[in-house]
Unconditional design. Structure first.
Length: 336
């Protein structure tokens, strides 16, 4: 195949791939519209036939059987129930995002809390999550972890997350507590070297990036910092294109110690002076540790000019009930 022919084929491939993507988006939009309208028809039927409400489950079973015979798969009783709930939840059709699939919405409709559901919907759109990624973020309680990250949860924080998702305007917006590394498959009580943790995270870099959040680009591990002919090494370095800042991460397989903060502060000063370009914002430092004492962290991190944060990480999915209870406790205290 000569060079001219190869170029021609590449151009045709671009045209076809674009057409396929546009067709898929159009099909998805039409499917969401159809399911929304089916939900509307069912709800209106129920409202106009109150005397038959007690036979609702039988009606759905009959409807499922008839539609399955006529149109094939996609009309199970549970799916029709989701269509009904879809319309009840999004009664203004324009609020439905065609950037999400029906499978996304089935996952979202299983979330009863309106603010929480709205947050996950916004983030699924903003971050381009697949259905699998959405399920992981819900199962690892991203919403609750973000609300608890800075210890200052209040109603405004809840409303902001619900209305806008994660607003990447300041370094604090990228911090979570705890970070969840369940994808590593590490036993909760198994001792681990920092080098092994770093290696495991890099091997699962796509999942690590998903857990870090939107806008992260991997730079490398063991990035050298040389001061007075002495070499030091930053565990993991990323660049966040939204905040336009380097993010330096130090991994500690023990609880937080003040010395780690001083070391990371030195690295940030080096990056500010030697690595940053004119358009870059000040670098951000994150210490990921197994535990942190609130008082120690407050005094060790207080008064620093650099953006340094300490967060816990866990190798298992947190207890969602406990996290929700913590959020409710903080909100109740705020209301008082």
């Amino acid at each position: 195949m000569d060079e001219m022919t190869a170029s021609l084929i590449d151009k045709i491939k671009v045209v076809l791939e674009s057409a396929q993507q546009n067709a898929a988006r159009q099909v998805n939009a039409e499917l969401l519209t159809a399911y929304w309208n089916i939900g509307r028809v069912i709800v209106e039927y129920e409202q106009n036939n109150q005397s038959r409400a007690e036979y609702g489950s039988q009606t759905l079973k009959g409807l499922s059987k008839t539609l399955s015979v006529a149109f094939g798969k996609g009309f199970s009783v549970s799916n029709i129930q989701f269509m009904r709930r879809f319309y009840q939840t999004y009664q203004i059709q324009q609020t439905v995002s065609v950037k999400l699939s029906w499978s996304h919405y089935c996952e979202l409709l299983s979330i009863s809390d309106e603010d929480k559901r709205s947050f996950y919907e916004k983030e699924a759109v903003n971050s381009g999550w697949s259905v699998r990624e959405l399920k992981r973020q819900v199962s690892t309680s991203l919403y609750e972890r973000l609300l608890l990250s800075d210890g200052k949860t209040n109603k405004e924080t809840v409303l902001s997350l619900a209305r806008h998702g994660i607003e990447m305007t300041s370094p604090t917006d990228i911090i979570k507590d705890p970070y969840v590394f369940e994808f590593l498959g590490i036993s909760e009580n198994k001792p681990m070297k920092e080098s092994d943790l770093e290696k495991a995270l890099v091997q699962q870099i796509e999942k690590f990036l998903l857990e870090l959040g939107r806008g992260f680009m991997f730079v490398g591990t063991q990035q050298r910092v040389t001061l007075n002919n002495t070499h030091y090494y930053v565990d993991v370095v990323f660049y966040n294109k939204i905040l336009q800042a380097y993010v330096l991460i130090e991994l500690k397989t023990v609880k937080l110690f003040p010395e780690a903060i001083g070391q990371l502060n030195m690295y940030l000063n080096y990056y500010s002076a030697e690595i940053n370009d004119e358009d870059d914002n000040p670098p951000i430092g994150i210490i990921l540790c197994t535990d942190k004492d609130a008082v120690t962290a407050e005094y060790a991190l207080g008064g620093l000019s650099n953006n340094i944060f300490a967060s816990r990480y866990v190798s298992y999915i947190p207890n969602k009930t406990e996290l929700i209870a913590q959020v409710e406790a903080v909100l109740n205290e705020w209301h008082k």
